[in-house]
Design a binder for this molecule. Structure first.
Ligand code: HEC
Length: 170
């Protein structure tokens, strides 16, 4: 019978150990959910800038393709811009209370859709004549997102030394 206290204290130890092991669990699950929005915000913010770098390059090439009268190539770059913008639209990026993803749908994607339609229905020259429209949309969205100093204009010249922008021979 002298073993009973020993068993009891062993049991108490097990209970204590168990609760020790268990206590971090609720805080462990709480902590990430409390910090998750912040973490994703930072993560997405980096991605927006990376996508923007690509979008800017495609914007230049799209303009140059339109300038060269290359409908196929201009359509290709419209599509590339669309894909990059769609990634931002789907990523639920909210930065300092501004819904960047929603703005991307309202400004960027809506304008690209209009340009795609114009290219299809009226041709590459008509689409190219609307180049200022896209640049304005870029800037308008930057203003809406709190970056009014990011002003985009249609390029006046684009140097792409390693790509022939003329329509391919068929
Ligand atoms: C959601 C609306 C939105 C649209 C539409 C948009 N942008 Fe942006 N852009 C942003 C945001 C937000 C940033 C800032 C990203 C950051 O804070 O890291 C940005 C940043 C930039 C930058 C600065 C980063 C760099 O690489 O220098 C450039 C350039 C840029 N955008 C170009 C464009 C061009 C060109 C277009 C149109 C073809 C465009 N953007 C359309 C939201 C937009």
């Amino acid at each position: 019978m002298r073993r009973l206290p020993l068993i009891l204290s062993a049991l108490a130890l097990v209970v204590a150990l168990f609760s020790l092991v268990r206590t971090p669990e609720p805080t462990g699950t709480k902590a990430p959910s409390q910090h998750a929005p912040e973490a994703t915000e930072e993560h997405e913010e980096v991605e927006v800038a990376v996508h923007m770098g690509r979008i800017q390059r495609y914007h230049q090439k799209w303009w140059a393709a339109g300038h060269a009268g290359n409908a196929e190539l201009a359509g290709f770059y419209l599509h590339e811009m669309e894909e990059a913008m769609e990634e931002i639209a789907l990523a639920r990026v909210v930065d300092e209370g501004i819904d960047i993803s929603a703005h991307m749908r309202t400004y960027g994607l809506a304008t690209l859709e209009g340009l795609e339609k114009k290219l299809k229905e009226e041709g590459v020259a008509a689409m190219h004549a609307d180049a200022g429209l896209l640049a304005n949309t870029c800037t308008t969205c930057h203003v809406a997102c709190g970056h009014p100093y990011l002003r985009i204009v249609p390029p006046t010249a684009v140097v792409i030394p390693d790509q022939d922008l003329a329509p391919a021979a068929k």
